[in-house]
Design a protein around this ligand. Structure first.
Ligand code: 8X3
Length: 264
């Protein structure tokens, strides 16, 4: 056993959105290592299957067992989200921990295309709020549950080139903070993780597929990787039930603010 006990997660069920890649995929595999069941939600069914295979290897590697359910869903579509509890129930599980990880950014222009703005708000804010409300109802009924929202440094401080993305992450942070207050008289935990630079396909999408531009964001410093954030997520989820890590701000050692960093 490690110094930090994750035994509390054995047999719990964790739902992770955006589970097909990046932080979502790494988080899924790490939760498997704790013996938690997984409900993996994403748009890309093929990629979900690959994450499931990795999670199953992870269970085996540590001699633990868990069930993995794959749900093909787009968090932008409320109809996709509304059927999730039923699908989980039909598999004999009930969600204990909700990880709202799905999020994206497209473009750096402050006068962007309406479709991109809508996609960012639908994914990062409206879908997240809708899914959270579904599970807040369930968690209230059973008087237990943990909600983990993937915020960002962009939800703490705005920066040029990020007007829409920063607006979505500020909205998420406000939602998280209000929910924390609204659920203060319940055992439900509300957690916001706020990473700085994490090297995933996030920046590739931001720069509309321009890999070179995306790579240059991280050149000269060691960025965080998906596994670093997965560790923080699993750590917050595995604290004793009376401990709520309300906010966790995580940076690479050479980043201080969205725009201040040290590159060699
Ligand atoms: C992503 C981090 O620095 O691109 O949430 O805003 S940053």
């Amino acid at each position: 056993m490690s110094v930090f006990n994750t035994d509390r997660l054995v047999g719990k069920t964790v739902l992770i959105t955006g589970a097909s890649a990046g932080i979502g995929a790494a988080t899924s595999v790490l939760f498997a290592k704790t013996g938690a069941n997984l409900v993996l939600v994403a748009r890309r069914a093929e990629n979900l299957k690959a994450v499931k295979a990795k999670a199953e290897e992870a269970y085996k590697a540590v001699g633990k067992q868990g069930k993995v359910i794959l749900i093909e869903a787009d968090v932008q579509k409320f109809a996709d989200l509304d059927v999730i509890p039923e699908k989980v129930k039909n598999e004999g599980l009930e969600v204990d921990i909700l990880v709202n990880n799905a999020g994206m950014v497209k473009g750096t222009e402050h006068v962007g295309a309406d479709a991109d703005i809508t996609q960012m708000f639908d994914t990062n804010v409206l879908g997240l709020i809708h899914l959270t409300q579904i599970f807040v109802k369930q968690f209230k009924a059973k008087q237990a549950g943990t909600i983990i929202n993937l915020g960002s440094i962009a939800g703490r401080e705005a920066y040029a080139g990020g007007s829409i993305y920063c607006a979505t992450k500020h909205a998420l942070s406000a939602f998280n903070g209000a929910l924390l207050r609204e659920l203060v008289n319940t055992p439900i935990r509300v957690i916001e993780i706020q990473p700085g630079m994490v090297e995933t396909e996030f920046s590739v999408v931001r720069f509309r597929g321009d890999k070179e531009k995306a790579d240059s964001v991280y050149k000269g410093l060691q960025p965080l990787v998906a596994e670093d954030i997965a560790e923080e997520i699993v750590w917050t989820a595995s604290r004793p039930p009376h401990v709520n890590i309300a906010q966790l701000f995580v940076l690479p050692v050479n980043q201080a603010t969205p725009t201040l960093n040290y590159k060699k």
